[in-house]
Design a protein around this ligand. Structure first.
Ligand SMILES: Nc1ncnc2c1ncn2[C@@H]1O[C@H](COP(=O)(O)OP(=O)(O)OP(=O)(O)O)[C@@H](O)[C@H]1O
Length: 282
């Protein structure tokens, strides 16, 4: 479980001036959730997601993942923490000089040999291997993992392509595979479908949902596209002007139109309720 407690983030804005981008945020995200965070541009969504993997350090407050307050984590332990949190972006952030296989393998390649855990091998057996045996075992394990991920994101046929020769949707599939390579328990998606057309968006959302069901990875989705939240998020939080103004099961939040910001954001969305009857929430 991810618990965000009384989180505040301030940026220095000129001499002696502060900009409060997140103000006393409280959230609970359960294991296996696909949790949406929505809000207008500038509301603080990206800053919140960047605090969750400590790309930004909160000014005050706590982020507790499975009982560990990660705001206290520094140095070597930070590396282990980051391996547990994958991230994908709007612009994919692929390495353009590396092919699909090498992009996916990247996070595993840069893991130091001593930190590389080979599944199925216990610490005693591993200790007995010499340096070259360890390197060989690491290489074989990386290849096996990349093969699995290529199957998962359905890119087997493009494994030796460079990103420049891939469509936007294929690039995002590579980014998803790369983010999952270290078997993280959390996947952060920062406007991951914003650069894609609606058909490609749908195929990426289906893929994320399938991955969530198969691997139980917790997914946090930041988006300004309400249809993304409607299609895959079981829960959603709405941020407005640095604060959470609504939070809960997606259907409940979308159907409760008491807050103006929620009305503006979800205005016009048709929601399918449990009994199959479509109704407008505005
Ligand atoms: N490093 C920084 N230094 C100063 N101000 C920042 C910094 N990063 C973000 N901000 C400010 O924080 C506010 C929130 O930014 P953030 O990117 O979190 O919003 P957002 O909701 O993700 O917006 P968008 O949907 O447009 O990406 C903005 O006013 C932005 O200018």
């Amino acid at each position: 479980m991810i618990q965000v407690k009384e989180l505040t983030k301030e940026f220095k804005n000129g001499k002696n001036r502060k900009l409060t981008v997140l103000n006393n945020i409280n959230l609970e995200i359960e294991d296996g959730d696909i949790f949406g965070i929505i809000g207008m541009s500038g509301a603080g969504k990206s800053t919140l997601i960047r605090c969750i993997n400590l790309l930004e350090r909160p000014t005050r407050g706590h982020i507790i993942i499975d009982g560990t307050d990660i705001t206290e984590v520094r140095g070597k332990n930070l590396h282990a923490l980051r391996k547990n949190i994958g991230m994908i972006f709007q612009n994919f952030n692929l390495l353009m000089q590396k092919n699909v296989r090498k992009n996916i393998a990247f996070g595993l390649e840069i893991t130091k040999l001593k930190d590389f855990k080979i599944p199925g091998m216990n610490a005693e057996n591993y200790k007995k291997l010499n340096y070259f045996q360890k390197r060989k075992a690491k290489k074989a394990e990386i290849n096996k993992r990349v093969d699995e991920l290529l199957e998962l994101v359905d890119l087997r046929e493009k494994e030796y392509y460079y990103p420049a020769k891939l469509s936007g949707g294929q690039r995002q599939r590579v980014a998803i595979a790369r983010a999952l390579a270290t078997r993280p328990s959390i996947l952060l998606c920062d406007e991951a479908t914003s650069a894609l057309d609606s058909k490609t968006t749908d195929s990426i959302l289906k893929l994320l949902k399938r991955i969530n069901e198969e691997t139980k990875v917790t997914i946090i989705v930041i988006t300004h596209e309400m249809n993304v939240v409607q299609k895959i998020c079981n829960k959603v939080a709405v941020i407005d002007k640095s604060e959470i103004v609504a939070c809960g099961y997606t259907e409940d939040v979308f159907q409760n139109n008491s807050s103006e910001i929620v009305r503006n954001l979800v205005g016009g969305i048709m929601y399918e309720s449990d009994n199959g009857i479509f109704k407008s929430v505005v």
